[in-house]
Design a protein around this ligand. Structure first.
Ligand SMILES: [Zn+2]
Length: 622
């Protein structure tokens, strides 16, 4: 996540835009994107890079000049914005062209050049925040009042002023800036340990095949249909982590101490307050999420009991979480997947459907897996004057259709925001980012239940929705609680070690899974899971998956009423992009994430899905 306190350098990387009308016939869809809409050729990219680089010293020359008046400030902002916009476009091209051939080193070279350009731009203009703050609020507001051309930058400028209480003297700021490279080690250490240094074990599965239980092996094999195999995978993986408990503990402890150091240095009450202040999210949101999720754990426990029943397991254990409840053999070729998604979003209105249909059928997406292509899926919408791009690894299954709906939810969010906002306000915060994608997933489920040709098919869709809620809502809230407790422990002067973390995590893990009530048993060895989660090295980040899902459920309910006013309210939230603080934007659209309502409605929705499943199972006599 990039926080957006100080404008240019930290603008969020999610922009997109006004559709260029294609004058020629739409090309036949071969599932490949057209990057010439960004730059006609690699040479054109290189030329644009050189031109953009050359503009940077010119911006640096504004140092010491922002107090000359609103007109100078505006010129500086206009020029800086133009450079930043081009730098993002360069980064998009570099990223996309590199990701379809990761082995080709020109791709990674281009990407690091684009990233270096952004770093240089940020360094060259780093004087802007301290200079604006030194002018004083009155003077800055008089510039805003007297210079109409600054209107587009008002929000960004006010964000700088908002940071005043936590901005230090120039000397102290410099020390903190220099300290950051010294405190960023733990994340790298975690990645190196997890991905290369640890000697992962090899086990022999029941069918005689040998399998290495490293990160990829664990993720793939933890869902094996045979229960003994799953247990063997879990035991091998977590006992390996146990060997490194002290090392991971010392490493994570350093990270937490660094967070506490920065929070104290910047005069925040807590690490949580510092982390949430970047997007001006009230800490109440975090606390309400944890309290409400804790109160709704009976719903999660009901899911685990249902899961045990469907898997035919009397006493579910932690390794029974991942296998599919039912399988679905139905193929979903890309053309059909697109049609399904287009039909699913009909409740969002003609304009939305029209834009999605246009985008999804244009050369904006690299759809299929291919040799050397990056895995997973993402939407990249930072090329403001072009359009969002989507990378998929589409595999003709329902999971792919669901990912398609998700990523195009992001793409439409970017598209709508860019149509409505100037470049500087189009990028939206992480706090709102997952709303647009999850709303589309909810609409997809609704649509699939209508299309389903059998009860088993219905159960498959309902089951995948439940699994999404477990993974995106409950599990992320569980992580969020662990982060909070470890930080609070250090803030209160306590010491954390690997053993202490296992103890804290184990308690949370058992409570979430109903261990004491006998719902789902957790073996002590599995409480090492904290050491596995890379997101713990991103500061209080994961809670936003849970809050986004809670908000998305309420917005989807609003949209599904079919009332135009409610649909418009939701679409206006998307159009607002990053033009205000994300918590406020969501709240003014009718969902207050500091209140219990969205969380209660999420639990209610999960219960309703289970009601439907149990009804079908009862009918089938299962
Ligand atoms: Zn997403």
């Amino acid at each position: 996540m990039l926080k957006r306190r100080y404008f240019w350098s930290l603008l969020i990387l999610t922009a997109a835009v006004v559709l260029p009308g294609r004058s020629e016939e739409m090309p036949a869809d071969d599932g490949v994107w057209d990057l010439t809409e960004l730059y006609a050729s690699p040479e054109a990219w290189r030329e644009a890079l050189e031109e953009t680089k050359a503009a940077i010293p010119h911006l640096a020359a504004y140092r010491g000049r922002l107090g000359e008046g609103g007109a100078v400030l505006q010129t500086f902002m206009d020029e800086g914005t133009a450079v930043l916009k081009e730098a993002y476009r360069l980064l998009v091209y570099a990223t996309l062209s590199g990701d379809i051939n990761v082995a080709d080193s020109t791709g990674s070279e281009r990407r690091s050049q684009a990233q270096q350009l952004l770093t240089d731009l940020s360094a060259a203009t780093s004087f802007q925040s301290p200079e604006l703050l030194s002018l004083g609020d009155d003077r800055v507001y008089s510039y805003l009042h007297d210079t109409p051309g600054l209107a587009d930058y008002r929000y960004q400028i006010e964000e700088v002023l908002r940071g005043r209480p936590h901005t230090l003297s120039e000397e102290a700021e410099e020390i903190l800036a220099n300290a950051s490279s010294a405190t960023s080690g733990p994340r790298d250490v975690h990645s190196i340990l997890s991905n290369s240094d640890i000697p992962w074990p090899t086990i022999v599965l029941k069918d005689g095949t040998a399998a290495t239980i490293d990160q990829a092996g664990y993720r793939k094999l933890r869902a094996l249909p045979d229960r003994d195999d799953r247990k063997a995978v879990f035991d091998a993986f977590w006992s390996t982590y146990k060997t490194f408990e002290a090392t991971f503990g010392a490493n994570y402890s350093s990270k937490v101490k660094a967070d506490v150091f920065y929070a104290k240095s910047r005069k925040y009450d807590s690490s949580l307050a510092r982390a949430l202040d970047g997007a001006n999210i009230p800490t109440e949101v975090y606390h309400t999420l944890l309290a409400e999720v804790d109160a709704s754990l009976p719903t999660l426990h009901r899911y685990f009991r249902l899961r045990g029943r469907m898997l035919g397991v009397d006493q579910p254990r932690y390794y029974d979480i991942y296998p599919d409840l039912v399988s679905l053999d139905k193929p979903f070729p890309l053309a059909e997947g697109k049609r399904i998604v287009e039909a699913a979003v009909v409740p969002l209105g003609e304009d939305y459907v029209g834009k999605l249909t246009h985008g999804i059928n244009s050369a904006w997406m690299h759809a299929y897996p291919s040799k050397g292509k990056r895995s997973g899926a993402y939407m990249f919408g930072a090329a403001y004057d072009v359009h969002p791009y989507v990378l998929m690894n589409y595999q003709d299954d329902y999971d792919s259709v669901s990912t398609l709906a998700h990523e195009w939810g992001h793409a439409l969010h970017s598209l709508l925001a860019q149509e409505s906002q100037p470049f500087v306000n189009a990028g939206y915060a992480t706090f709102t980012a997952e709303i647009a994608s999850v709303v589309n997933e909810v609409l997809l489920l609704d649509h699939m239940l209508e299309l389903a040709e059998s009860d088993d098919e219905k159960i498959f869709y309902l089951g995948s929705a439940l699994e999404g809620m477990r993974g995106t809502y409950f599990r992320q809230a569980m992580f969020a609680e662990f982060e909070l407790r470890t930080h609070e422990l250090v803030e209160d002067g306590g010491a954390i070690s690997g053993g202490k973390m296992t103890e804290i995590y184990g308690e949370i893990l058992e409570r979430y899974h109903g261990h004491d009530e006998g719902v789902l048993l957790i073996d002590d060895a599995y409480a090492l899971e904290w050491a596995y989660i890379p997101h713990f090295y991103r500061n209080f980040y994961v809670f936003q998956y849970a809050t986004s899902m809670a908000a998305a459920n309420l917005f989807a309910d609003m949209v599904l009423t079919g009332e135009k006013e409610k649909v418009d309210t939701y679409l206006n939230l998307l159009r607002a992009g990053g033009s205000d603080h994300p918590y406020e934007l969501v709240k003014s659209a009718g969902v207050d994430l500091a209140s219990p309502a969205p969380y209660r409605s999420t639990a209610a929705r999960m219960d309703a899905i289970m009601d439907q499943m149990e009804e079908i199972l009862a009918k089938q006599g299962r």
